[in-house]
Design a protein around this ligand. Structure first.
Ligand code: KG4
Ligand code: ZN
Length: 361
């Protein structure tokens, strides 16, 4: 189909205020603009995202971010075919800020408004960046999420498993905190680990003995805390090498668990996959990435990791879901509501204890 579609995407479900314009031209996606305004500094003093502060910041900044995205794309509202907005899951105040702005724009222009699931945005990104065909495996690993999805169609996702407690990014952040390293923890732990010996400390590989591809990461930080305290008790503090080795041991444990469980998810999918894909901030980690690459290679499958700016929260992925839905002829839901929780796979059992950090996915 050679229809041209130009969509504005709006994302405000956690602590990034984002807008983007994506065009489908001769069946090829083109990213015309993608603006992301983060809020790390606003929440830094509180040790986590404060929903009220996030919602207010979104409300104040969304207009400007949308204007910026349109002007960078060289597109006027009248050039759009539709608007796509994150309608959940997420922190409800932020989601509402985005939905209200999008409703206003749609009412003023008469454009269709498409309600997008934020997780579908992450899950469908490999099709925006690498034209991956269905079905494929998606490992979503971020600060608030960790799950394996079998992506079967634009609107069909099967959850194969995921964390039963912390997300890996959260574990990296807590590890950094325990070792007095800067936040976000992932990049600092990775940097420390580069000069460390991953074999000096044997950290647990939780749930490997359990069938399936569920994971657990909360025990890892307790093990790290114990190792740290044992060293401090014995020597009165930590040497730089201790810190390197602790980070390397922790990172090796996370990478090994993710790789082994990914191999299991490939086997559990029960269909001929087209690719193994990863998204989320943790996908930036080179040790984790190369572990997953190895799994894909052994399964004879391509490994697809979108560029980091499209792996982490952004609005291009939201616009893209809108395009995918229109292209697939799915109906535009007129009467949607903003939803704090919105599982992609309704058939999967509710995850007790997951998503403790809140909504960031
Ligand atoms: O996807 P993202 O930007 O936001 C969430 O949706 O959570 O992911 C942020 C998370 C943080 O926990 C951060 O520590 C982690 O991704 N992260 C990393 C690395 N870079 C970011 N974790 C491990 N290694 C990295 N290089
Ligand atoms: Zn996300």
């Amino acid at each position: 189909m050679d229809r041209t579609l130009t969509l504005l995407g709006i994302e405000s479900s956690c602590d990034d205020t984002a807008a983007a314009v994506v065009r489908l031209d001769a069946d090829r996606p083109r990213l015309l603009s993608s603006d992301v305004l983060g809020q790390i500094a606003l929440h830094a003093a509180f040790g986590g995202v404060v929903p009220e502060i996030a919602a207010r910041a979104h409300a104040e900044r969304l207009d400007g971010v949308v204007e910026d995205a349109l002007s960078k794309a060289g597109v006027a509202l009248g050039d759009l075919d539709a608007i796509a907005v994150t309608a959940g899951p997420g922190l409800i105040g932020g989601v509402l800020s985005g939905v209200m702005l999008a409703r206003g724009l749609a009412a003023a222009t008469g454009l269709p408004l498409i309600a997008v699931n934020h997780l579908a945005g992450h899950a469908l990104t490999p099709r925006l960046t690498d034209d991956v065909d269905f079905p494929y495996l998606m490992l979503l690993v971020s600060g608030g999420h960790c799950q394996f999805l079998l992506v079967e169609a634009v609107d069909r996702f099967r959850r194969l498993g995921g964390t039963i407690d912390d997300a890996p990014g959260e574990a990296f952040d807590k590890t950094a905190k325990l070792l007095a390293l800067p936040q976000p923890g992932g990049p600092s732990v990775e940097e420390e680990a580069a000069s460390g010996d991953p074999a000096r400390f044997q950290f647990p590989r939780p749930l490997l003995d359990r069938e399936g591809c569920d994971m657990s990461f909360s025990g890892l930080k307790t093990a790290l805390l114990r190792a740290r305290d044992t060293l401090i008790a014995a020597q009165g503090g930590l040497t730089r090498q201790d810190r390197h080795d602790l980070c390397a041991g922790f990172q090796a444990a996370v990478a090994e668990v993710l790789a082994i469980k990914t191999a299991r998810a490939v086997a559990m999918a029960g269909v001929q996959l087209r690719a193994v894909c990863v998204a989320g901030g943790v996908a930036a980690n080179r040790t984790i990435r190369s572990g997953l690459e190895g799994v894909a290679a052994r399964a004879g499958l391509p490994f697809v990791a979108p560029p980091l700016r499209l792996c982490t929260d952004n609005a291009a992925m939201i616009a893209w879901v809108g395009i995918e839905r229109l292209r697939a002829g799915l109906p535009v839901e007129l009467d949607f509501v903003a939803r704090p929780r919105w599982p992609l796979d309704d058939r999967a059992p509710a995850q007790l204890g997951s998503g403790k950090k809140g909504a960031k996915a």
